[in-house]
Design a protein around this ligand. Structure first.
Ligand code: ADP
Length: 254
């Protein structure tokens, strides 16, 4: 309210309120800019697979399908790019879901949840010959929203596998302390340089875009993790040594 800000005879408080107003505007502008950037990034990221799908199918229809080897190769690309598109849409929806209301929190056994999330990842763990160690706190029951906690665990476990080395190690630890509990996911993978460590939580930020794309990554996993952790009233921290490994620590209320 501009009139209220410029009330006379109130030199001190007026100055204070003007400063507050300007600060708010800067924050609103930054938010608007972030939203514009996000829409721009989304469009760009969606364009890449769509262009590939339409380009390769057009070429097939124009006659390339007559050659069996070319047909096979182009269909594989179309298949891969549609899967990328599906993953992207799923992650974009997950990010917007984080801003909506969720069902009431429910009592949940963390150990069971971690095992359920890990189970479908077993083929990737085996293929990479990873050593897996769990240090799971006995009887860790938390009151939380499963729809938020499950993607947090899943994205961290997937990254610990994907960015690991052949024959590497993954260690998952849960602990309870006072009114909070912690989930720690540690890997012996490629590591993250200090300058990159804060940026990895940004939407679409990847240290190595080619590597992430190759692994089917969308660049949104950690943005989803961070948004959901905040939504649950928790915190996330990362420690990493380039070329040695990375540890993500999530602290959440019980
Ligand atoms: P992506 O789909 O690319 O994996 P994320 O948001 O999950 O997207 O992660 C962002 C980037 O952070 C990744 O592209 C990768 O460069 C880096 N990163 C995430 N987790 C790890 C990890 N455990 N070890 C090394 N780098 C990681």
């Amino acid at each position: 309210d501009a009139n209220a800000v410029w009330m006379p005879n109130e030199a001190g408080p007026t100055a204070y309120r003007v400063a507050l107003l300007l600060y708010d505007m800067t924050e609103i502008h930054q938010l608007q800019q972030m939203q514009l950037d996000f829409v721009g990034n989304v469009s760009h990221e969606l364009k890449t697979p769509v262009t590939a799908i339409s380009g390769f199918s057009e070429t097939l229809l124009a006659g390339a399908q007559d050659d069996p080897a070319t047909r096979q190769q182009f269909l594989e690309i179309i298949d891969q790019e549609s899967k990328r598109l599906a993953a992207l849409i799923q992650d974009i929806l997950a990010l917007s879901r984080g801003e909506r209301q969720f069902k009431a929190p429910q009592q949940l056994d963390v150990t069971t949840l971690i095992q359920q999330v890990k189970q479908p990842l077993t083929p990737q763990i085996t293929a990479k010959q990873l050593k897996w160690t769990d240090h799971l706190w006995a009887n860790l029951h938390v009151k939380t929203q499963r729809e938020l906690l499950e993607p947090i665990v899943k994205n961290l476990l997937v990254n610990a596998i994907v960015y690991n080395r052949e024959g590497g190690q993954v260690t998952v630890t849960t602990t309870q302390q006072g009114s909070t509990w912690q989930l720690q996911v540690a890997d012996t993978g490629i590591g993250i340089k200090t300058v990159e460590q804060q940026r990895i939580f940004e939407r679409f930020y990847r240290v190595d875009k080619a590597r992430s794309r190759h692994q089917g990554g969308t660049g949104l996993g950690l943005a989803i993790v961070k948004a959901y952790v905040q939504r649950l009233g928790g915190k996330i921290a990362v420690t990493s040594q380039y070329g040695v490994g990375t540890t993500f620590t999530v602290t959440l209320p019980l």
